[in-house]
Design a binder for this molecule. Sequence first.
Ligand code: MN
Length: 367
Amino acid sequence: MTFGLDNLPYGVFSRPGERPRVGVRFEDRVLDLAPALHDEVFAAPSLNPFLARGRTAWRGARELIQEKLSSSRSLVEPHLIPLEQVTLHMPFEVADYVDFYCSLEHASNLGRMFRPDSEPLLPNWRHLPVGYHGRAGTVVVSGTPIRRPHGQLRAGVFGPSAKLDIEAELGFVVGVPTELGSPAGDFEEHVFGVTLVNDWSARDIQAWEYQPLGPFLGKSFATSISPWITPLEALPRIPGRAQDPAPLPYLERKADWGLDISVVVQLNGQVISRPPYSAMYWTPDQMLAHMTVNGASLRTGDLFASGTISGPEPGERGSLIELTWNGAEPIKLTDGSVRTFLEDGDVVTISATAGGISLGEVSGKIV
Ligand code: MN
């Protein structure tokens, strides 16, 4: 069962004429949590008040929901609403948004493209998880149409991006704020769960603007996330990938936070890539430790994303620019058309599974 008792992701939903509130997905229904658990924290139109409660409360709620859905099902039956009756909303208010660059294969592929005359990896890459601050205010929920951005494409040229791309990523949702640094070992104390992310990217705007301060308008127009936030408890964990050189002490892993998640990228309903999250180089506990080591604090609702997930095989790349670059064929669609980058009307859907559970999907149509 992909949305069974071992999954139970959280989201925000409403029926027509009702106020948005927090629910948990169970099979093809949503459990209306405020009346089911008699807890007004779930009557809020976002997960943030629940996220702020912390790990003990998160575990307690999950156990209570599992208990109610199994041994006392008849009591909560009136609060199970069929999915087709509900609209799904942004599941939480994004406080700040950081995007990392944690895939060795993705960083190497992009290095070869953007800097063909030098080493693919910059000297810092194996020493720290590289990241940048994104735009929290333009993180949108799956299903939100994505308007093709305009911008400077090269010197003296302004217009609509002709190189609109995707980045298939995993996002981590912060519940409990951090103060004065948070070592890798504190990951479980602060991070509630995960969501799928599509970091839409205009490669022409990006290539012209990014030096020396990094991504800016080529990324900030929109970032899509899935409507369901999967708790860490539901995810199968594996050892992180071997790292050379050994990271500095503040980045030392204290537990296994590699994640065995299989991602599928579809373009207009056709599978174009299957990126494996298990291949990621930097693990999310290391991302958390790095982004707080300077004393920067995190707030409830902060979102940090992994960076594009790309595996070593050609069919495992999480962006179009990698899938179609350097002699690779353009992507052939079943309607006979081909793609190097996205065209208006294209729909991109990223879904994922972890063991027997589904992480749902994040979808967006280019307009
Ligand atoms: Mn990205």
